[in-house]
Design a protein around this ligand. Structure first.
Ligand SMILES: [Zn+2]
Length: 449
């Protein structure tokens, strides 16, 4: 049966116009990708089920209650499959995340409460994702209640899944894998808004790449003081998208460049042999990583200054021992180097406070956090760049920011002038491989400019 391969493809879904009072607010399609929905029949999934015969039907037909039936559905079904009995079905399209949201949505559609949550649990388990998914639920009348026949969803990786309810209550799972095109894209822009994040998104950088971009420069620049309005940025990335414009795998940065008053830097992505994750190397194959990060917070979210701000503590004529990064509450904070957690908890005017031990008498301090990362307890080993907590304004603080200190043998150092110079350079075979890949990337960058 040919239709089986496409009939539950969510790319073809359109929201049915409910003829009775809607039971669920159907959210609009998320804006960022601007995915156009092709107008196509909603009838297809229903026809499919009917064509499969009565075997899957657990519920008695009910010809009544036409009010809940989407007119186009029943019409198309009846005419195309005249030999099978017409069944009162309707399709609802919702966006939900996790078991509870699906359970409540099914309940609101008229599925008995006990069934709704049991079904939701099975369905989410069968879909295999707790992420937000767009789901089409096919309902049949079952007395005064509604019963679920099929649940179809498009998964975050672009493939589609259809779950058909079996006689024994379990789901039969059918999957279609999305076909995708890989392409390389580039943007360049100027920081002309309050944050790098806003400027980069305006220039066309995918939302998900703003943080990795800023992180590539977190060793070189202090995003609070050295990145400002007028600075220029450039990015090249690879993406794999379906016909409908959905990313099959997350887009991946290939090249990043940042030009500021204090200098400019450019990096190429490269996965060294025997490693599994890409890292950043400059033109000559030198890594971007240093002993400590200069911006141990999601630099993309740091609010720009518009004139230097004065920290409330220094207004009270106290020595300011660190750097403040003004960022929205909840912005991730990173361990600035490989270390062990020495302290994580509330501590007077420091608010929620983390102290990391980097060995050889070196520590980094993080203050005023809104929350700690899960499982962050003294003695835990953390990797450079790992999220340890989230920006807040706890303790002696008048607005959300991270107060960051570097201390050696207890003595505070200026994080702005403190330089560690453990730059790793590629050599031998790895350098040869890097050079080849760098030139390929470079050609792509230049072609797109
Ligand atoms: Zn401070």
């Amino acid at each position: 049966m040919e239709r089986e391969t496409t009939s539950f493809d969510p790319r073809t879904w359109v929201d049915p116009k409910p003829v009775s009072a809607p039971v669920e607010d159907v959210p609009e399609e998320p804006a960022p990708q601007g995915r156009p929905l092709k107008p196509l029949m909603i009838a297809a999934p229903v026809a499919l089920v009917l064509a499969a015969g009565g075997a899957y039907f657990l519920w008695p037909d009910s010809a009544g209650d036409a009010g809940s039936v989407s007119a186009p559905v029943s019409t198309a079904t009846a005419s195309s499959r005249a030999e099978t009995p017409v069944d009162a079905t309707s399709v609802r399209i919702i966006e939900v995340r996790g078991v509870d949201e699906l359970g409540f949505s099914l309940e609101a559609m008229g599925v008995p409460t006990g069934d709704a949550f049991a079904l939701a649990q099975e369905a989410i388990a069968a879909l295999g994702t707790e992420d937000q998914v767009r789901i089409a639920v096919e309902l049949a009348d079952a007395g005064k209640d509604k019963a679920v026949r099929t649940i179809s969803a498009e998964l975050p990786n672009g493939s589609s899944v259809k779950l058909t309810r079996q006689r024994d209550g379990t789901f039969k799972r059918d999957t279609i894998v999305a076909t995708a095109t890989t392409r390389v894209r580039s943007i360049s822009g100027t920081i002309n808004q309050n944050t790098f994040y806003a400027s980069a998104v305006e220039a066309g950088l995918p939302d998900s790449l703003t943080t990795p971009f800023a992180k590539a420069f977190s060793f070189d620049f202090d995003f609070q003081r050295e990145v400002a309005l007028g600075d220029r940025f450039q990015a090249t990335w690879e993406e794999s998208v379906t016909d409908s414009g959905r990313n099959v795998v997350p887009p991946r940065l290939l090249y990043v460049r940042l030009e500021t008053d204090s200098g400019s830097k450019a990096y190429y992505a490269f996965t060294p042999p025997d490693e599994t994750e890409q890292r950043w190397f400059d033109e000559r194959g030198q890594g971007n990583e240093r002993g400590l990060m200069r911006t141990p917070v999601d630099g993309a979210r740091i609010t720009s200054k518009y004139g230097y701000r004065t920290h409330p503590i220094s207004q009270r004529q106290k020595k300011h021992n660190g750097v403040d990064f003004a960022a929205p509450t909840g912005t991730p904070i990173y361990a600035s180097g490989d270390s062990t957690v020495a302290f994580a908890g509330p501590r007077g005017s420091a608010g929620n406070f983390i102290r990391l031990d980097h060995g050889e008498g070196m520590q980094t301090w993080y203050m005023h956090l809104n929350a700690f990362a899960d499982g962050l307890v003294p003695g835990k080993a953390v990797r450079q760049g790992e999220i340890i907590g989230y920006v807040g304004t706890t303790g002696g603080s008048t607005g959300p920011h991270l107060h960051y200190e570097i201390r050696i043998e207890g003595e505070p150092l200026d994080p702005l002038t403190f330089r560690t110079s453990e730059v790793e350079a590629l050599a031998g075979e790895a350098l040869t491989m890097f050079t080849t890949q760098r030139d390929t990337t470079k050609a792509a960058v230049e072609k797109k400019r």
